[in-house]
Design a protein around this ligand. Structure first.
Ligand code: ATP
Ligand code: MG
Length: 240
């Protein structure tokens, strides 16, 4: 059993504070969902955890099993069991997915076969993974390719920023099911950012966190997604 604990995280972007004391704690096998209005800081959380330059952490901590991730290089964070799928996956010309995964610690033995099998599970044509990372992939193919990376690396915790954006309805179901399966296959903790309740048809949220203006302002169970769909974020802005 592992834990991911984010405490009092404050992050500045371009001289402006975007995360203003973000807290979240989760354990292996759980699915936590972050929902919030555009510009509330959801992707900033993902970038800060990725160690992206330009996202300056001014306070707080993010630990997996007590190890402070924020003091580690991005590669070391991956090796400590953190996986991140960013909202806009980057093109990496000259690097093939198989080499990226090997560099991240996946054993080369049987890797191509494993990738092909995982591609099928998210309804991605395996030959797409022979191209350079994300180069000439459609938006939906990029999202599915991220899922293949996740499944091969088997992280302790996977944070996915709008993995459902751009997916057709069949792929959406396949990705949601694959995510759900990771929680029992190796006890992956899933932290998913989304705008849409439809991701949660086949992915069961342990908790849903509402983020507005850089912090978690409410946490609930799966019913929270229905409340948000009905009432929007306005009720959660009161008092801010
Ligand atoms: N690299 C950057 N440079 C300047 N401002 C940034 C940068 N990244 C984010 N911001 C600003 O920080 C705020 C939060 O952005 P963020 O991308 O975290 O929002 P979000 O919650 O992910 O929104 P969305 O739902 O639209 O994806 C916004 O005001 C945004 O303009
Ligand atoms: Mg975002």
């Amino acid at each position: 059993m592992s834990t991911l604990t984010i405490q009092g995280l404050r992050v500045e972007v371009a001289g402006k504070e975007v995360l203003k004391g973000f807290d979240l704690a989760m354990s292996s096998g759980e699915v936590h969902v972050i929902m919030g209005p555009n510009g509330s800081g959801k992707s900033t959380l993902a970038h800060a955890l990725a160690g992206h330059p330009g996202y300056r952490v001014t306070a707080g901590s993010a630990r997996i099993d007590g190890v402070e991730l924020l003091e580690l290089s991005p590669t070391e964070r991956t090796r400590h069991g953190l996986f991140l799928a960013l909202q806009h996956p980057m093109e990496v010309p000259g690097v093939r997915p198989v080499d990226l995964l090997a560099a991240a610690g996946a054993p080369r033995e049987g890797l191509a076969e494993l990738m092909a099998e995982e591609a099928r599970r998210v309804e991605l044509r395996p030959e797409v993974l022979e191209r350079f990372v994300n180069v000439d992939l459609s938006g939906g193919e990029r999202k599915r390719a991220e899922m293949v990376q996740l499944a091969v690396l088997r992280p302790k915790f996977a944070m996915l920023d709008e993995i459902d954006s751009g997916l057709d309805v069949d792929a959406l179901g396949a990705v949601a099911r694959r995510l759900q399966e990771t929680t029992t296959e190796w006890g992956c903790g899933v932290l998913a950012i989304t705008h849409f309740r439809r991701l949660l048809h086949e992915l069961t949220a342990t908790k849903i966190h509402v983020v507005t203006d850089g912090r978690v302002v409410a946490t609930g169970g799966p019913e929270m997604a229905e409340i948000l769909e009905k009432d929007g974020y306005e009720p959660f802005r009161i008092g801010l």
